[in-house]
Design a protein around this ligand. Structure first.
Ligand code: SF4
Length: 492
């Protein structure tokens, strides 16, 4: 039998997604979970946003969660209210074993307003439940609630100088939605408690495993799903759980007629371990390129709080590029690179260096041109004096992803994907991202944030080396993949 001690807002939210997830959280199974991604950075960013949002209602007192027990936090909040506090940050309440913290609690005559701060740019259904639980607990603790707001990031805000918190945040009145949910909440909570009293709930996998959040227990609950299952099928148009419920799980069991052309190719190629190539299409693609050829890759970062003037929340800001230049087909490339200094707006320097390296008539090869072109267009908008120079280069951008997206070249280990992370090991197995300190774009973005937080010294230098190595591999990968396409074109 499971134990059922207290609940928190996040545990109820978890239980509303799936009662089994709540049960497993409270009663961890004996299972060897793979290491979790490091959530510390996300937590830090959320904290930064939360602290900034407090400036919307300055002069409040914070009830800290570090070093205080739950009863102490609740007692401190009670005392602040009794003492006539007007604004309380992280106000803490407990009712019927349910503990909540309110990001910002604001006195409104005889009543109180709840302000829940989110890093997202809009209100989501799950956020309404979040506020509703706070409303439920506070109401039952005897507080009159006159307002409930979700404070989220306003993605139309453009930073100029110091952050303007009134503009960075947008508040949405969700009182009615929170109020409406009060009818069902007591029963939902009672049902969750019942689920916690028994044995592990018999709940099968389903769309709830990723909605609204990716569940932590996927490795445990999905153990029975074999390799090459319906869930590995790429593309849309297939109701995967409908097939799963009918027991159609493995590629071998899928009705090929129900699949689109690309999905069918994925399934057949996997089952037969069969590659395919369309040499004419590859040759036609290779002929669209000219030399010298400039293999280009940008790394960008974004943040909820815009870091530099002229940027919006979550805008992609380039901080690094790698450029491999090939003078002729098959030639060994020369390498050039740029990596921003910490905490300095790098955009002008970055684009000036790139324009010096890439001549107006140079053929620029990217992998997924939408991204690189988007970065270049933003830079052209930002620097009108460079607009014409950038526009000319934009016309010469080509996309190495095209033959893979069109499946002119398909290797069965790509498993239906045409991302460079899937294409590289299938096309050039000797080159790999495995074992690299920074091995994907998300890690590169995090590295930028880390770089900005580090003091000059060996740790910063080590990080910069890892950042350069990663970006360099992205363009070297393009050189080698193109080399393989060239071989195919030559009939090898
Ligand atoms: S993985 Fe799915 S079934 Fe398992 S606990 Fe999570 S949501 Fe529930």
């Amino acid at each position: 039998m499971a134990n059922s001690s207290g609940l928190s807002k996040s545990l109820i939210i978890k239980g509303m997604q799936c009662p089994k997830a709540l049960f497993l959280q409270k009663n961890p199974p004996a299972f060897d979970f793979p290491p979790q991604p490091d959530l510390e950075a996300k937590f830090r960013a959320g904290n930064e946003v939360g602290i900034l949002a407090q400036q919307l209602f300055p002069g409040g007192t914070e009830v800290p969660f570090e070093d205080l027990t739950v009863p102490e936090q609740v007692a401190q909040t009670k005392q602040l209210i009794a003492d006539g506090a007007k604004v309380i940050y992280e106000a803490s309440f407990e009712y019927d074993g349910i503990f909540v913290k309110v990001d910002i609690l604001v006195k409104d005559s005889d009543a109180w307003q709840i302000h829940e701060v989110k890093m997202s740019t809009s209100v989501k259904e799950v956020n309404l439940n979040d506020v509703a639980i706070q409303f439920y607990v506070l109401g039952n603790c005897g507080l009159l609630i006159s307002g409930a707001y979700l404070v989220h990031i306003n993605n139309q805000y453009v930073r100029q100088g110091e952050i303007d918190v009134q503009q960075l945040f947008a508040g949405e009145d969700v009182l009615e939605a929170a109020f409406e949910r009060q009818t069902d909440l007591p029963q939902i909570i009672a049902d969750l408690r019942t689920a916690l009293q028994g044995d592990e709930p018999q709940i099968d996998i389903g769309p709830q495993c990723n909605d609204p959040y990716d569940c932590d227990f996927i490795p445990y609950c999905w153990q029975h799903i074999p390799e090459n299952s319906i869930f590995d099928l790429k593309g849309r148009g297939i109701k995967k759980f409908d097939y799963y419920e009918q027991g159609i799980i493995r590629f071998e069991d899928l009705p090929l007629d129900a699949l689109n052309k690309a999905q069918r190719q994925q399934v057949e190629a996997t089952l037969n371990e069969q590659d395919s190539t369309n040499p004419q299409a590859v040759a036609a693609f290779v002929e669209t390129l000219w030399y010298p050829l400039y293999h280009l890759d940008f790394e960008t970062f974004n943040s909820a709080i815009p870091k530099f003037d002229g940027t919006r929340p979550y805008q992609q800001v380039p901080f690094q590029f790698s450029l491999h230049i090939q003078q002729e087909a098959g030639a060994e490339p020369q390498h050039f690179e740029y990596l921003a200094a910490p905490n300095v707006d790098p955009r002008r320097e970055l684009i000036e260096q790139l324009l010096e390296l890439v001549p107006e008539d140079g053929c620029v090869l990217t992998y997924n041109q939408t991204f690189e072109k988007g970065v270049l267009r933003k830079l052209a908008e930002l620097f009108p004096d460079l607009d014409a120079a950038i526009e000319v280069r934009l016309e010469n951008v080509r996309d190495l992803m095209v033959p893979f997206r069109r499946r002119d070249v398909y290797r069965w280990p790509m498993l239906g994907s045409y991302s460079i992370k899937a294409v590289l090991p299938a096309m050039v197995p000797e080159l790999s991202y495995a074992g690299m300190e920074i091995a994907d774009g998300m890690a590169a973005m995090q590295a930028y944030h880390d770089m900005c937080a580090l003091e000059p010294g060996p740790e910063l230098e080590k990080l910069r080396v890892a950042m350069l190595e990663y970006c360099r591999l992205d363009t070297l990968a393009m050189v080698r993949i193109l080399g393989e396409l060239g071989e195919m074109e030559n009939g090898n």
